[in-house]
Design a protein around this ligand. Structure first.
Ligand SMILES: Cc1ncc(COP(=O)(O)O)c(C=O)c1O
Length: 436
């Protein structure tokens, strides 16, 4: 049955949309995917970080069912419904805020995806500042629509086939990558260099008065779970504030408890001007959001934002249930435990497998970077492919990441039972041994 569907997919769906595994899914339960033949797979991809609460969570299903019975779609440009408004209020209540700072008054517009939310954040920043330029980071990923793709700095698959030149009005700066630093030295020295590069860009080829915003992932997701030093965003934000440049935090992958906090920016002690969320926000339904200081939205003309399906009522219901469950069940603390155990196991594996060059992460956003040689750090992309295939043969679903396609990332559901996590990690260990 699986083989038949894969054959039909090959005939009817373009290879441009490729799948990381040959898995066909018939059912999903908790942290497991089940194929039509009844084989069970531990899901360490979580729908690329969109299922932080796992599959079939009873609270989310109940919220969806209840909303399905009442109405499924009306469009927020046509009429008002409570779920939309309440979700906007909740995202304001949870807005990541620097320690000691007052939580800003925010507003929220809801969209249908991460890329669409990024598009809107860029549009809002440009109108609110009256400026055109966006500063983004090398090795970033912000989505596949045109403005999001332009901001994306990890370009090989997602941008080069569609745009060969650098788009006007977006400039990229290097992002601090502690495993592959631009200078050897302390974290402070690395941060100082990257802040200097930003200042130098503003002194040379970018006029600060033309720069609307900096957009950054607090931890680069597709780029390979690159965690910058803790002081990085504070220093970048200080430069932004000196020049009236807005700071957009793209928390599409890092959001909703993934890093052990509701939002990863809380680790960095910075209040963003705009917050972009999606993936686990919708709890399995397509939903994106831009939450920002109210006055930034207020600069926009009436009717200038919208999307037919943005803030779909069923997705709003599951989003509200997601937030409720994260808070009620202590999911942030659970993410810390899942992450700490994964890091501990990966470090133990690194003592036995020379191909593990680096183990890193924040909360339950954990990765290992595979290399051919620890001294030269030459990336081992082919080895990663073999590890993924061996893990799949052992019933574990992984998706890769990283500039060099050599990063094994774990996006386990945060609700994964301890025993299942241990089994998945055992199988990864065996897969690396078999692939090496
Ligand atoms: C940080 C980040 N921003 C934006 C996106 C784009 O989201 P979507 O695929 O929902 O358009 C992604 C997707 O992986 C992402 O990781």
């Amino acid at each position: 049955m699986s083989r038949d569907l894969l054959r039909r997919r090959a005939a009817a769906v373009p290879d441009g949309l490729s799948a990381a595994t040959p898995l066909v899914v018939a059912r999903a339960e908790g942290s497991e995917l089940v194929d039509p033949e009844g084989r069970r797979y531990i899901d360490l991809a979580s729908g690329i970080g969109a299922m932080n609460l796992g599959h079939g969570h009873p609270d989310l299903l109940a919220a969806a069912r209840e909303q399905l019975e009442r109405f499924t779609h009306v469009a927020a440009q046509v009429a008002t419904y409570e779920g939309y408004v309440r979700l906007a209020e909740e995202l304001g209540r949870l807005y990541p805020t620097a320690p000691g700072a007052a939580r800003p008054a925010t507003k929220t517009v809801l969209l249908s995806s991460g890329a669409e939310a990024v598009e809107n954040a860029i549009k809002i920043a440009r109108v609110a500042t009256g400026r055109e330029w966006i500063v983004a980071f090398a090795n970033s990923f912000h989505g596949r629509t045109y403005a999001a793709m332009t901001a994306t700095g990890k370009t090989k698959n997602s941008r080069f086939p569609f745009m060969r030149s650098t788009s006007p009005s977006v400039a990229h700066l290097p992002y601090p990558y502690p495993y592959r630093p631009l200078v050897e030295g302390s974290e402070e020295e690395l941060v100082a260099l990257h802040v200097r590069l930003f200042e130098q860009a503003l002194d040379t080829h970018l006029a600060p008065e033309h720069v609307a915003a900096v957009i950054a992932e607090p931890v680069q997701g597709e780029g390979g779970f690159v965690v910058p030093p803790r002081s990085f965003f504070q220093r970048i934000k200080e430069v932004c504030e000196r020049h009236g440049i807005l700071f957009i935090a793209d928390e599409v992958q890092t959001g909703f408890a993934r890093t052990g906090r509701m939002f990863a920016m809380e680790h960095f002690g910075v209040t963003p001007d705009l917050l972009v969320t999606s993936k686990s926000l919708g709890g399995g339904f397509p939903l994106g959001a831009v939450t920002a200081r109210a006055e930034l939205f207020d600069a926009l003309g009436k009717g200038s934002l919208g999307a037919t399906f943005g803030g779909n009522p069923v997705a709003c219901a599951t989003a509200l249930a997601t937030i409720r469950v994260i808070e009620r069940d202590g999911i942030c603390a659970r993410a810390e435990r899942v992450g700490a155990r994964t890091v501990e196991r990966f470090r133990a594996m690194a003592e036995r497998h020379a191909s593990i060059g680096d183990v890193r992460g924040l909360g339950a956003m954990v990765a290992m970077e595979l290399v051919a040689d620890r001294r030269t750090k030459a990336p081992a992309a082919a080895l990663y492919e073999r590890v993924q295939a061996e893990a799949f043969r052992r019933g574990v679903v992984l998706v890769r990441a990283g500039l060099y396609s050599n990063v094994l990332r774990v996006l386990a559901p945060l609700t994964i039972p301890d025993a299942l996590l241990e089994t998945a990690l055992d199988r990864i260990d065996e897969a690396i041994a078999a692939a090496s």
